[in-house]
Design a protein around this ligand. Sequence first.
Ligand SMILES: Cc1cc2nc3c(=O)[nH]c(=O)nc-3n(C[C@H](O)[C@H](O)[C@H](O)COP(=O)(O)O)c2cc1C
Length: 155
Amino acid sequence: MTPINIIYISIEGNTRAFLKLLTKYAQQQHALNPENPLIKAKEISDQTIPAKEKQPFFVFVPTYLTGGNGIDSGFTEIMTNALGEYIADGNNAPKCIGVVGSGNRNFNEQYCLTARKYAKQFAAPFLADYELRGTNQDAERIYDILKKRWSAVNA
Ligand SMILES: Cc1cc2nc3c(=O)[nH]c(=O)nc-3n(C[C@H](O)[C@H](O)[C@H](O)COP(=O)(O)O)c2cc1C
């Protein structure tokens, strides 16, 4: 099985830390059984030069919003826009096969809204969410979800 491609952005380091945890968990699973795919993660930032993605990929996006209440008034994405622009560029969007969101439940109705927005915008399923840096349990749960979707797409 080819490595699972993930594209992500991280402003304060939480998503980066979770991707490290997930990558390590994938390595352990791969060592137990080589059928279990490894993870190849690519970080996007404001400095990233647009590129054409050749393989399917998952997107991991934290939530940074301003304005609105998540229910009946609009909100604006801030900080993470470079990721959305990278996906929208060229022919990348159709290769997006799922979105994983992160955030903080203190934001109530706005919890993980950017990931939900991306899922709609790029016509990809919203696969999972986790809070802040995530836990070992989150890594196990999300690895299983990605693995299933990855093998379905690559079958
Ligand atoms: C200015 C600011 C706005 C945020 N807005 C939201 C929000 O609307 N919804 C949410 O679920 N989390 C929100 N968060 C929490 C972040 O999404 C969360 O801390 C995330 O783990 C940050 O990921 P990163 O460290 O990889 O950038 C906000 C955090 C900050 C600092």
